[in-house]
Write a protein of this length. Structure first.
Length: 56
């Protein structure tokens, strides 16, 4: 791993294998989006519709 300075900005140069390993590790730490069931989605949409209707 080497450090490179261009226009007073530091950049790190590392092997491609290490870069892919870091990407994979970061991807594993992200949380997947929550998927609603059909009933949960209906309940949520009705709640939003009532909220929007009350604002008008």
């Amino acid at each position: 791993m080497n450090t490179l300075v261009i226009d007073n900005k530091s950049y790190v140069v590392l092997p491609e294998e290490s870069y892919h390993a870091l990407q994979k590790k970061a991807a594993l730490k992200t949380r997947p989006e929550k998927v609603l069931t059909v009933e949960e989605a209906r309940r949520h949409s009705k709640k939003l519709i009532r909220k929007w209707a009350a604002e008008k």
